[in-house]
Write a protein that binds this ligand. Structure first.
Ligand code: ZN
Length: 340
């Protein structure tokens, strides 16, 4: 068994990760102390217990508890600094990450000020650490569509300042995307790519309907693709990439165990996919741990070379990142290619 250190040192891209879901227990503790909230006197272990879950609805509740610790727009300064620390530690050379303005609005914060804070830190830390990045303004599907429209207006205003896309996450089983069709078309016409969570908890028919309405550039999870030739054809024809997050799927109970993960079928059907951490703090994982898990328990490690080639085709990558990824592919072949 190869050490996860090999995967940590490998240059990687992360295209499905939520800023809020990356807030560590230690940071949550500090935020509670700062604002005099309930967890201020708790131990990290007690906070961790409070954030435990075994089902998807319970996971959404834990996500909400994390968001409730962020009481001031300035809280996103240390949160984003921690996030870039983590990217650096994990040797992530390019990252597209989610921030959800609708949650800030719901809890009385100015999402515009939050976004300005995130952008300022991302610009500084990205330059300092040579990490390329883009922000996706995510949405909560079960919220009113007006929140999406408001998020879209914000995204269009910051399109040339680091916002690369607009997302839809939350509970995909709540409703069809019919009501979102017009604003989604406006987003695409305005130059924002669509990042859609679908096929995670929902079935193949609903995922296909989602794809046709949203026409996403990337899909979060999309596990239902493994059991639907119609979805496979749709994704392959349009080059839509599935951002797969294995530990997330196990922890939310969407997939029973790692041996049953549909990634094996997705890879064998030659669907373009990447490996991601989703909400690393909540799922107690890291991107390198996800790579190690996939290489040891789901796929032959050499097949990750194909995944790296999919990452290299990402149009948002600067030339030096593409070179790092090409070198990463060579390192995987060198490490695991003996006897091939
Ligand atoms: Zn996600």
């Amino acid at each position: 068994m190869i050490s996860s250190e090999f995967w940590r040192r490998l240059p990687k891209t992360e295209t499905h990760v939520h800023l809020e879901g990356s807030i560590s227990v230690e940071r949550l503790h500090r935020l509670h102390r700062r604002h005099g909230l309930e967890w201020a006197s708790w131990t990290p272990a007690e906070i961790r217990r409070q954030l435990s879950f075994a089902t998807f609805p319970r996971f959404l509740e834990a996500f909400k508890k994390v968001c409730l610790a962020v009481r001031h727009e300035d809280d996103f300064v240390p949160v984003t600094e921690d996030f870039f620390d983590m990217l650096d530690r994990e040797h992530i050379v390019h990252c597209e990450f989610f921030y959800t303005p609708a949650i800030s609005w719901k809890f009385g914060l100015s999402a515009e000020t939050v976004l300005e804070n995130i952008l300022a830190i991302a610009r500084r830390e990205g330059r300092r650490r040579s990490i390329s990045w883009g922000i996706i303004l995510d949405n909560v599907r079960q919220f009113p569509v007006d929140a999406f429209r408001r998020t879209l207006a914000l995204g269009l205003r910051y399109r040339d300042a680091g916002v690369v896309g607009i997302g839809i996450g939350g509970d995909e089983t709540c409703c069809s995307l019919e009501e979102y069709a017009n604003p989604l078309a406006e987003a695409r016409a305005g130059g924002l790519s669509v990042y859609l969570h679908t096929g995670e908890t929902g079935d193949a028919a609903a995922m296909l309907a989602d794809l046709k309405t949203a026409r996403p550039r990337r899909v979060g999870h999309g596990l239902a693709a493994a059991r639907s030739p119609a979805i496979r054809d749709y994704l392959q024809e349009r080059g839509v990439v599935l951002d797969i997050c294995p530990t997330s799927n196990i922890r939310t109970g969407v997939v029973e165990n790692i041996e049953a993960h549909p990634l094996r079928d997705i890879a064998s059907q030659n669907l373009p996919y990447t490996i991601n951490s989703d909400d690393p703090a909540l799922f107690e994982t890291s991107l390198s741990a996800e790579y190690a898990l996939v290489a040891e328990r789901i796929l032959n490690p050499l097949s990750l070379v194909n995944m790296v080639k999919t990452q290299e085709k990402n149009p948002l990558l600067p030339a030096h990142v593409k070179e790092s990824l090409a070198a990463a592919g060579v390192r995987i072949i060198k490490e695991f290619g003996h006897g091939e």
